[in-house]
Design a protein around this ligand. Sequence first.
Ligand SMILES: [Zn+2]
Length: 499
Amino acid sequence: MARIAIGGFQHETNTFAPAPADYAAFEAGGGWPGVQYGAAIFAAVEGANIPAAGAIAALRASGHELVGTAWAAASPSAQVTADAFERIADGLTKNLQKAGPLDGVYLDLHGAMVAERFDDGEGEILRRVRAAVGPRVPIAASLDLHANVTRAMVAQADALVAYRTYPHVDMAETGARAARLLDQMLRSGGRVAGAFHTLDYLTGIPSQCSFIEPCKSLYAELTRLEERGVVLSFTPGFPMADFAECGMAVLGYGFHEKQVVAAVERLRGAVADAEKDFVLELHEAPEAVRRARRRGEPGAPVVLADTQDNPGAGGNGDTTGLLRALVEQKAQDAVFGMLIDAASASRAHEAGQGATLDFSLGGLSNVKGDAPFAAAFTVERLGDGRFTCTGPMFKGFRMTLGPMALLRSRAAPGVRVVLASRKCQAADQEMFRHLGVEPRKSRILALKSSVHFRADFEPMAKEVLVVKSPGPALADPAEFKWTKLRKGVRLRPLGPVQA
Ligand SMILES: [Zn+2]
């Protein structure tokens, strides 16, 4: 039996997004449990598809004694404020020091955090954790598939293990995989060898989905290469964080260095070869709605992914381009959600069910090319935003999205809008059922999500179209104005090179 510290600090930072992540954002959690310290971590994550939950269960099953330190996550957004970073990192390191002698550390990290004072957030977190526990205590961390893995992260941790699915249905499983590697190190008394390579092109997040090519084949190849006793990761990265080391990487760990190096090199080659297959097909909103109107039917809706305003990639979920196209074309049996607009949700609650009034929906973030959508809507249903998710990715997540409302357009009565007060991406059917909408019965589902929706919505969908309407989470990384990215990186597959 060993004494192992458990901690976590997750943030995915879109440095081009409109709002930073302050301490209140980590208290709210954005769908995740709010910030926790000490033993409170265990109850907060238990039973959910959260990396720490999987790690805790695996380590307990191996008979280890666990010590909670700090765990926090927030919705993706712009930089983590200096205040939030210091308070949470302090909680983590102080509780590590208070814990007394430790044999190991497990950390639940995202891997794409940019803090106001540290471009490489996780590199700094791992540096402080290493300084707190010393060089002899093994540190294993799980990472999101959208991690931008850096040299500092690799240098400070003994092992880094990333998700293999996007939608992330394997978050808890990945925590358990990192925990098993830690357990093996503790049992053997040895440390693992590692290998790490970055790639020299960026890919938009909609094309990183592991249900579709090329990631489907790349993750299958990763598993095949692992049969030689190595734990591998491929992180396509989060191409919205403007810092030097943003991008894709492959890495691996194992007790036999030669095998690790060979497997990681083969995986690197496979990802390099797949560059042309990452080229993404995007649709303008009017064209996508036209096609969805022709092809969507109850029982087999067409799903439109409003990817550029995905709250899971730093959007605030308040742009209206796709809604405008649905109303202009008078779409039938169409639902648009979730639009994050607390003021409009509160107005709907004040007016009450059945009331018809003029709304000015969304358009709150001053995103280029976007504006509020002013029109009359009828309040069809109200909700308190409290429900538990049931889909494959967010299963067990207890949502608290604030006042919610279902509105029906007066000019286009076939179009309904799901409003929520706190931001969260539309990746679980319960977000609609909470207001009495059964997604399957629609002809068109317009979702503020890039890929995570696919876990719960794609099985019923006739087809999925990725739509390019205004938002801060650009689907094509070449459209961002990069200022800190290292030279020589192609800004999209086969695309222009960063000078
Ligand atoms: Zn992710």
